[in-house]
Every structure is written in structure tokens, then in C-alpha cells.
Design a protein around this ligand. Sequence first.
Ligand code: SF4
Length: 220
Amino acid sequence: MKTAGESSANTVLISEIFFSLQGEGPWAGLPAVFVRLGGCVEPLCPWCDTAYAWSGGERTGVARILETVRSHSCRRVVITGGEPFLQWNSGLKDLHCALVSRAYQIQYETSGKVIIPPMPDALVVCSPKHIGGAWRFEEANLGAVDVFKFVAGGIDWFERIDAFIARHGIDPGKVCIMPLGATRDEQLRNMGPVFTYCRQRGYRMSPRLQILAFDTRRGI
Ligand code: SF4
């Protein structure tokens, strides 16, 4: 089925599409189809765990992406990257409209390093990146973000996050903090301080379920 504005010429650079549970953030624990888009924007994060999405990937027609999404009986789609909004005007908008017209729930995961378009039909989760001593975040995106998601691992992290939130006047109800940790042990160590920090500030705390469940295993 085609919707207005959709044609076989509409393509998106896709790194991977897979079905899993969302491990973190406001949908933590919920099943979803993950559509990972290729390409990111500098400065790149030295700790990135999806560096394979920076380059490569396959230009894929919107109709074929929809077919793959539909093959999983799940009405939730997480569009992630890389940096998905790099492709908003070169195919992603068409994919978004096609998913909305089919009543999918959509969550975007973005760093906020590029402009986020107005997005009334989706949940926008932004993880601002602190790289080389500064936050890399487009201020114009403030009103477009539903949830600001940060990782934190101690007092330095808390101070940086506090400064970001104070500078932008962000409502604590929009803030979600996850314990830093690429391993289960590291995440468990950081959970107590993050719990206390969230309780003091009135923030939501989110685990990273994929790491708690599987430690360093990939491809979950
Ligand atoms: S913004 Fe995300 S995908 Fe891009 S380099 Fe940073 S962590 Fe990796």
C-alpha cells in the first residue's frame, strides 16, 4: 500500500532492522522494531557503541522497510542511528508519514546534534553528548524533545548534567538518567549514586536492561 508522497524512489540509508526489547529510556522493557539508520555527524563520540552505523549501510526503499517492520507483529518502532534526523529530507520523512498513517507508535533516538523537525506524532528521546569538554546540542531543538536521556557515573557527570539542565531550563519531568556502564558490573556500581541523584532532583531513572541481562554480549 502506498500513501501520499510515497514512491518506490524514496529510500533511506539503513544500517540494520531488528526486533528486540527496548532496553532503556521511557519505553524500557517494551518490545519494538528497531530501524537503525546509517550515518552520524561530527564530532563523533569516542565511546560510541554503534560505530558500525557511521558508514556503510544500504539504501532501502520505504516500501521494503515497511515490509520488514510489518514482518514483526509489533506496533512500536524505534528509529535510531547513527543520527536519524540527518536523513529527514532524504527519505526519513516519507518513512515517518508511512508509519504514522499505519498507526505505529514511533520513538526517535537522537543526539540533538542536528535540527529535529516538528514531531507531533512521535516520542523524541534526545541523548545530548558531552564531547571534548562541551555539550554538542543544537539549542533550537529544545522544544522538540520529549525526553532528555543522559548516562551518568558520578559527581562530575551529575554536575555537567545539572549545568545543561539549568542552562536550558528543562523541566525535571522530561529528564531520564541511566547509570554509566558498558558492563553489568560497572552499571551496577553506578546504580546507587544515580538512584540518589534522581531522587534528589525528581528525575526518572532508567536501567540499561540489555547490559544488566546480557553484560557485554551484542546483537540482543
Ligand atoms: S551520536 Fe550516537 S551514533 Fe553518533 S557517534 Fe555519538 S553515540 Fe555514536
